[in-house]
Design a protein around this ligand. Structure first.
Ligand SMILES: [Zn+2]
Length: 121
């Protein structure tokens, strides 16, 4: 459950000249949001960390909150000039709230843990 304190924490948006590619389809993403996220480890200890979500024009069309945000971007990936800052901020919050509780892919986590234990990370 998201506490109020968590909800009020800042969401950091990353924009770079060379955007990362979407893990789902390898297309450059429009936006990367980094935000605080906490989870419990196997012994029940709370771990505070960060989570990153990407906004992808191809993969996120089924998410209504992402769709409203995607509508603000032009075909070339630039933010539309009609978008005003306040509306943009609200849509970003809606979108992050819609993706922050997505369950991580457990197979990915397992392979990441195996690599970490093998000192590959
Ligand atoms: Zn994608």
């Amino acid at each position: 459950m998201t506490t109020l304190a968590e909800a009020m924490r800042p969401i950091e948006l990353k924009t770079t000249n060379t955007p990362p590619v979407c893990p789902g389809c390898n297309a450059p993403v429009l936006l990367v949001a980094r935000y605080p996220s906490a989870w419990c480890n196997q012994s029940g200890k709370r771990i505070d960390g960060f989570k990153e979500s990407v906004l992808c024009r191809r993969c996120d069309t089924n998410n209504p909150a992402a769709g409203r945000l995607l509508a603000l971007f032009n075909a070339d990936g630039e933010l539309s000039t009609v978008a005003d800052g306040e509306a943009f901020g609200e849509l970003v919050c809606d979108w992050v709230n819609s993706v922050r509780h997505r369950t991580p892919n457990l197979a990915d986590l397992d392979s990441e843990e195996a690599r970490w234990r093998a000192d590959e990370l």
